[in-house]
Unconditional design. Sequence first.
Lengths: 183, 102, 503
Amino acid sequence: MTVGEALLFATLAVPLIMLAACVSRRARERIPSLLALAPVPALMAALLAPDGTTLVLPEPPFRMTLAIDAPGAMLLGAAALLWILAGAYASADLRGDPNAGRFAEWWLLTLTGSLGVFIAVDLVSFYLTYSIVSLAAYGLIVHDGAPGSRRAGIIYVALAVLGEAFLLMAFVFMASATPDAAC
Amino acid sequence: MIDVTVYGLCSAALVGLGLFGLIVHPEALRKVLAFNLIGGGVFLLFGVVARRGATAGFGGDPVPQALVITGLVVAFAATALAVALLLRLFQEIGRTTLKSDG
Amino acid sequence: MPNYTTAGGFLLVLAIVLPVAGALFSLVLGGRRAERVVLMLMPAGLAIAAAIAIGVWRTHNVLQYSVGSWDPPLGVAFRADGLSAAMLVATALLVCGIGLFARGEFSSSRSGETRAPLVFWTLLLAVWGALNAVFIGGDLFNLYVALELLTFAAVPLVSLDGRSDTIAAALRYLLFALFGSILYLLAAVLFYGAYGTLDIVLLSGRIRAEPVVWAAISLMTAGLLAKAALYPFHLWLPPAHAGAPAPASAILSGLVVKAPFFLVLRLWFDIMLRMPEPAAAQVLGVLAAAAILVGSVVALRQARLKLLIAYSTVAQIGYLFLMFPLALKPETGHPWSSVAWTGGVLQAISHAFAKAAMFMAAGLIAEALGHDRIAGLAGIGRALPITVFAFARGGLSLMGLPPSGGFIAKAMLLTAAVAEGQWWWAVIVLTGGLLAGGYVFLVLARALADPSEPLTLLSSISPSRQAVVVALALCAVLLGFVPLRPWELLQIGRLDIVAAGFR
């Protein structure tokens, strides 16, 4: 595995590992202060991975294809930078919040989806990461528990699911137009 | 084959009456009775089929007769189960009409 | 065929005999030992189902067995094609999961009461045997007996707790099921009277388009639709599935309601294969669309969690019947019928796992809280995170979000609809997904919210039961990793493909 492929893998793997670590309570208390570190592999991938690096995850069980090209690298880099800065601010903002662990879980999930959208190449992976980023953001919206946030969260999810329905329809039209139905 | 036609029409009438009763009556016991009526019609139709399939030596095709016996046993078990549930329901709530008519 | 029974055909007999013998043994041995009988039989049954599937896959042909060495039309045949094999394996896995889960609820060592556990374990085995018999039956009358066995075993499971509303629900279920089965029997008589055989393969060869056949098919389909709770025959399902104890609801919604659907598949695809595609396929599609819409909308308005899940079953059954307008017509040679076929079957299997996980999660929540009102679920997300996660995973499969079997199934159905130009079904599928998202989100938003006062759990839930629920939900997820192409296993032995000269 080349450096570029390893960085692509780490783009998604690092936030997911941090998310998995939130199962233990001790880790859950430490993670909110580490939010700014999660997008760092993505930034490195955007800067260092050579154009056209492709990582194909093996057929069973994953069947995802991740790749990076010039426009994708720009978008990924900009997004990663934004997430790093926001993560640093969030870590500072969350100090003293008793629900910081829960916020961090939703944050990491949204982050994974958001970065994955830029590097997913096949239709299914794109739809997956897009769903993750859309739906996981709900947790961020309703974090403060105010009734206004709750209402906003409901409206948001309704629109997100509607958007995904249209997206799925578009993919189906595209897939049936090409001879190979899988991608 | 005049007699076979009569039996066939009779079985059709039984099935029709039974279906009417099953749909129209709200009390569960009447529905069970209606189900048995339909069953009677179906078994009669089995007999018609057996008679029509009569070949040399046999009075009637034996396969439908075997099917009828199995069907009778199944219908008997079904009626028993339904009546047992009905009795239990009556013990609990004192009536046997199902709430929203099915 | 010179030798009707193929190698490995005896496995088919074992698949039925083993659970039924187990049920009889449980009845004799009594409450405490019944549970152990089931636990011993579960791996054996799973091994048999796996062996059948491997046998079908390896030989790329059906497994057959003629009872008593009498070939059809005189004898009765068991026939396992690729579809049967897939359903057998799914059944075995689901029963194993349900058995492990139910140990916590029906363990007879906990309380002195042994009647409910005895009934549950015995009937679980009876349902398993009946399901296997339905999936491998090759003769219409054999299938009638198997269907009745299934109904008689499933009905008491509904009223296991003895309350008056569950007894009423069980009675209503029984009446609908009897209505269905007597229509089925009437149709079988008509078939026999017209063609002299009830064997599926032989019938498919002899059938012609004539009024007797139209009558028989209509009667049989109507009867099976009543048993499968397709709109408008769906009224019995929500109170029955919601009133049953959680492991029973899991098997009822997961598989018992799929068995009549399986038979409609056999009727339309195998028996009717010589006949042109009837316009009635569109009627089935319309009923399916109504089921999806009505079921989902009513689910949104439910106040109790188990009723919501039950109405969701009504809606998901509609997806299954969308297969009919999409997958019939292989003689035109287009490959999309296989896509729709795979999508429908995959929907059946992944829904079984997802719905079982959701019902069992709801059961754990109800045990912990003492009630299952959706409005009172606040805070359960933090108290039982694994359970709520399993529920969410099952719900995501129902919505059709990747990775899940539900997504692949929906994508395949959509692809088939678009490719055949029947775009209106695509709209229905997507709308159903939206509405499913609605009611899943309703529950999850509630569960993840903060409670107004701290939540006290009535009883602690053992982690092993939660693990079983998660495992079942993950089965639905694992199905999402199959390729987006027709499954070869499911095409093995499809009579319509063979007759049309493909493969």
